[in-house]
Structure formats: C-alpha cells, structure tokens
Design a protein around this ligand. Structure first.
Ligand code: N01
Length: 534
C-alpha cells in the first residue's frame, strides 16, 4: 500500500490550491479526482449559459501575485469555458497534474484507531494510506435527479446541468423540457430557448433573479484593478461576502419610498447580486425592509414579461428576496416573451409521471425530445457522505450526521481525527465568494499540518463541547436572518428526508476568519491534540 502524508479529494479550486500548499510545505500528497481533468464544478457544469455570478476579477486565486497579474479575464462574469481554462492554466503553471489521479472516485476513507492513519480506497482499486485526509469535494457536486415515476421509460435524451456531456448538446429543432428554475435553470433556459423548436419550462417555485449586465472587460479596467489588487484582496478577506462591496449602514425603512425605489432602479441597471443584496443593512433581517426590494423585483418581472398571466406565474411570492440563493441572469424573464417558450406551473399540479414520450402534469402529456434536469444538488453534506467515511471506532459519518451535519468551524468533525473538510457545513462557504473561503480554509489546514509536524502532534479533532457550541452559534446566526423563511437547499429542503438544518455560516468571511485565527492563537482552542510537545 502506498503511503502519503495527505490525500486530497477533488481537484477544483479547493483541491488544486491544497495540493499546491502541501507540496510547497514538503508533504507527500496524492490527489484523487473523479473527473477526467481539473476544474471541479467547472469541469462538470458545461450546460449552455453556465457562468459564475461572482465577478471574474474577484472569483480568482489571490495566492500568487504573478498569476493574478498575468491572467486576463475577458468578461465581467466569467463563463464556464473561461474558468476551466483558468484552472487548467493554474494546474500547468504550478505543475500540479502529476500529483493527481484523474477519473478516480474515492469510495471509502477509513480511520485506523491503532495506527492513526486513514486508508483511502477508490473505484480504480487504489488503496493508499495517509495521515491526513482533506475533502476538497465542493459544496455543490452531488447532483440529484428527483425520483420521477417512469423516468427510465423516457425515449428521448436526459441531461443534468451538473453532469453535462463534454461534447455539448445541440438542441436545434428539438422539443425540450427543463425542470427546475434555480441558478442553473435560469442560466440555461435563455440559451436553450435560442436553439429549441419548443421549450417547456416546468417551474415549481418562481425565483428572484437580477440582471447580470455582463460585458467585456477593457484592458484599461483590468490594468486599474490590477494596480490595486493587493489592497482589494485584503479588504475582501475581511468583508462579509468575500468581495469588496462596502457594507450598508442605513435601514431600508429610514428612506422615503421614492428615494428607495430609485436606488433599487439604479442598482438594477448596473446589475449583479452583491449590489442588489447590499442596498440596505436590514434587507436580510427585517421582513418589512425585505418586502420593499421583493416588490421592486416583482414589478420588474411584470414590466419585462408581456403576458400578464405568465408574469404572474413567474413572480415569487412565497419567500423573502434573497432567502433562497439570489439568481443572476442574462435575459431570463425576457425569454418568456418568445413564442417557442412555454411556462408550466408544477407547484399546483406536480409532475405526475414521465412517459416514453414526455412529462405528464395537470392531466396533460407534454411531448419532448429531451429533458434537462436543473434540479440541483444534495448540497454541502452529499459530497462528504458519498466518500464512505468511517472515523474513530469505525463510526460512519452518515450515522454521526443522521440528524444533520455537526462540525467545528465547518472544518473538522469530532470523532474523525485528521480529517479536514474545505468549506464544510458550518463555514461561510456558499454564502461567500467561494475562492476567498477556499483559500482561507486551505491556508488554515496547511498551517495546522505544519504546526503538527513541528510539534510532533499525532492527531487533531474537535472537542465535542466546542463543536456543539459552534453548531449552536451557526443556527442562532441563521435564525436571526430571513433565510429559514424559504424552502431551500441551504436547509436541505430539496432532498426528501434530509434533516432541516441551515448548513452555511451567515456570520461573514471576515468575522469567521478572525474566529479561526483566534482559535489558533489560543493553542487550537476547541480542538483535542494528541502526542507531541504542544
Ligand atoms: O439548483 P437549485 P441549481 N419537481 O436547487 C426544482 C450554485 N450555482 O443547480 O425551488 C419540480 O437551486 C427546484 O424547485 P423548488 C448556486 O449556489 C451557481 O439551480 O425546490 N421541480 C428548483 O427550481 C445555486 O443556488 C451558479 O421548488 C423540482 C430547481 O429544481 C446552486 O448552485 C450557477 C423538483 C433546483 O434549483 C444550485 O443551483 C448555477 C421536482 N421534483 C448554480 N425538484 C452561478 O454562479 C427540484 N426542482 C451563477
């Protein structure tokens, strides 16, 4: 059995940077990646319209000034092929590929109480031993197709946005059904509509979406941003969401109706999520404040969509603005003005069955040549539970988390020594610019491993009480916001039977970073370290 200091699972933004850091520190490391190349979410999500909703100059690594200066982004919001090119470039520039076994899925990771080592097995028959396992498996990588009756009988093609064919799909002249109107559906629908003969959108919950106002980046803009990149990055690290937008101090309710409306209008014209979410300080904490912006977006939908009945169906009314992940689109609502696009409400009459010819709902069969599932993910916990993790005493992670995820700082789980989760449940993760959160976690883990080596420490894992207190804090923080007022994947609502627990930490990346640093300064407070001279 090959022996390593560490195994890193996943080769997306998190895995690549983790491999880079560990090699730099001289740890013998093996990476495993289920995909055929690097990229993680950007390797799999090749659906038409796939694009990041964080601006490209923010959604990029900060660890290398040279990389930061030499890479040129072409658009305000990077499209999937460009992000994948960037990650390919990173893998080559830092020579990371030799560390990774591609097309290889980890099937189990089992801790040995006697040797304090992990045995990691894969679907390719590899079995390796490592002191540390670092799950860089992403928060949104376990795609899910609901269990529709008759699905396997469908004679046309089926796709999931999160597992899109590498060679692409040509929908020209086809009758296409898209199920799901979250971020993925909202991006894919306008592009598929441009090709399909007829597009049926099966919508269960209408969503809030704001325009991206995407545009090419001029060389002058890039030059000016790059001139102050360091200061900018420093601000982002201590911000709320991992970008440098200035946090509002005013309440939406302190402002007159007209002034507030025109501020929303101004920001709608500029486009993008942070600007719309951060207009006033109480948008996500006060129902009344939230209603003002929800009403604004509803009015926009009515203004854009010509058919009032369709506009009505597209209008979100059952949850506050931003309580589910806010979508960012390019021409989404406008798409419903096309003659070939038909909106089917499956809230009131859910999809009954899928037949060889199409989808049945409301007593009608919609004949289709292809179905696109934009139905989301078993978020945050799914990718970890799929690894077959067994910790101290052979305890399975899925048993330990049977009532919802419990982790200390979202980075380690009591009972699973030397296992680290990059952007795990209980960390800001999906509520932030992921790259900022990833770099912070990877740096924390790398420093921790160095510290352990320096002091001869054998194992690290959370103390149960510290973990309980953190989980409690994460829940209390979420309850102070409007997030729990929506059914969302943040709470596991999209997976039947999944315990309803708010998984990401709403406290912001700056406050969270300070907490993580403070824990280290206090000698890894809340962690149990064994062996060594600490
Ligand atoms: O998934 P989702 P996603 N019958 O879970 C519907 C990130 N992301 O892939 O809302 C009918 O949000 C479901 O309906 P409902 C981002 O963090 C980022 O779109 O549960 N419909 C919903 O409409 C995002 O939040 C980017 O009622 C069913 C949809 O499927 C996250 O990934 C781009 C159904 C699922 O929406 C996930 O987004 C893309 C059923 N049985 C993704 N089951 C950017 O950066 C589910 N649905 C821009």
């Amino acid at each position: 059995m090959e022996e390593f200091d560490a195994v890193v699972i996943g080769a997306g933004f998190a895995g690549l940077y983790q491999l880079y850091r560990l090699r730099q520190l001289g740890f013998a490391t093996r990476g495993f990646e289920a995909g055929g190349s690097v990229g993680g979410t950007w390797y799999w999500n090749r659906y038409p319209g796939a694009r990041c909703d964080v601006e490209s100059m923010d959604y990029s690594y900060s660890f290398s000034e040279e990389l930061e200066q030499e890479w040129e982004w072409s658009e305000r919001y990077p499209a999937q092929p460009e992000i994948l090119r960037y990650l390919d470039h990173v893998a080559d520039r830092f020579d990371l590929r030799p560390l990774i076994r591609f097309d290889t899925r980890v099937t189990s990771a089992v801790y040995d109480d006697r040797t304090h080592r992990w045995t990691v097995a894969t679907d390719h028959g590899d079995t390796v031993s490592a002191r540390f396992v670092i799950a860089a498996t992403g928060c949104l990588s376990a795609w899910q197709v609901p269990e529709f009756e008759g699905l396997e009988s469908f004679r046309g093609a089926t796709y999931h946005t999160g597992n899109w064919p590498k060679e692409g799909v040509d929908f020209t002249g086809l009758r296409v059904g898209v199920i799901g109107t979250g971020s993925s559906g909202i991006q894919a629908i306008p592009r598929i509509a441009e090709q399909a003969a007829a597009l049926h959108v099966f919508q269960r919950t209408p969503n809030y979406s704001v325009p991206a106002r995407n545009h090419p980046l001029t060389p002058e803009y890039q030059r000016s941003r790059k001139a102050t990149y360091r200061e900018y990055r420093a601000r982002a690290k201590y911000s709320g969401g991992g970008h440098s937008a200035i946090p509002p101090t005013q309440s939406a309710l302190e402002v007159g109706d007209e002034e507030r409306w025109s501020e929303y209008e101004r920001r709608w014209r500029i486009g993008g999520a942070p600007l719309m979410q951060m207009v006033y300080k109480d948008i996500m904490t006060s129902e009344e404040a939230n209603r003002t912006i929800a009403e604004f977006v509803r009015a926009k939908i009515r203004e854009i969509v010509r058919d009032p009945a369709v506009a009505e169906k597209l209008t979100p009314v059952d949850h506050p603005f931003g309580a589910k992940r806010l979508c960012v689109d390019i021409g989404y609502f406008e798409t419903y003005n096309r003659d070939n696009v038909h909106l089917v409400d499956v809230r009131h009459s859910p999809i009954e069955t899928i037949t060889p010819r199409g989808v049945v709902t409301g007593g009608r069969e919609y004949e289709l040549d292809a179905i696109v599932f934009a139905t989301g993910y078993d978020a945050m916990t799914g990718p970890l539970l799929n690894l077959g993790i067994r910790g101290r005493g052979g305890r399975r992670l899925d048993e330990v988390w049977s009532e919802g995820p419990r982790a200390y700082l979202g980075i380690q789980v009591a009972g699973f020594p030397n296992l680290f989760t990059v952007t795990g449940p209980g960390s800001p993760s999906v509520l932030s610019n992921m790259v900022v959160s990833i770099e912070q976690h990877v740096d924390w883990v790398s420093d921790c491993l160095s510290y352990m080596r320096e002091h001869g420490i054998e194992t690290i894992e959370p103390d149960g009480e510290a973990q309980d207190a953190w989980v409690e804090h994460v829940n209390t923080a979420a309850e102070a916001t409007l997030h729990p007022r929506a059914k969302s994947w943040y709470l596991g609502d999209n997976i039947p039977g999944k315990p309803r627990v708010f998984m990401p930490y709403v406290g912001g990346v700056g406050a969270y970073r300070e907490k993580c640093d403070e824990v280290v300064l206090r000698g890894y407070e809340g962690f149990v370290l064994t062996g060594g001279d600490h």
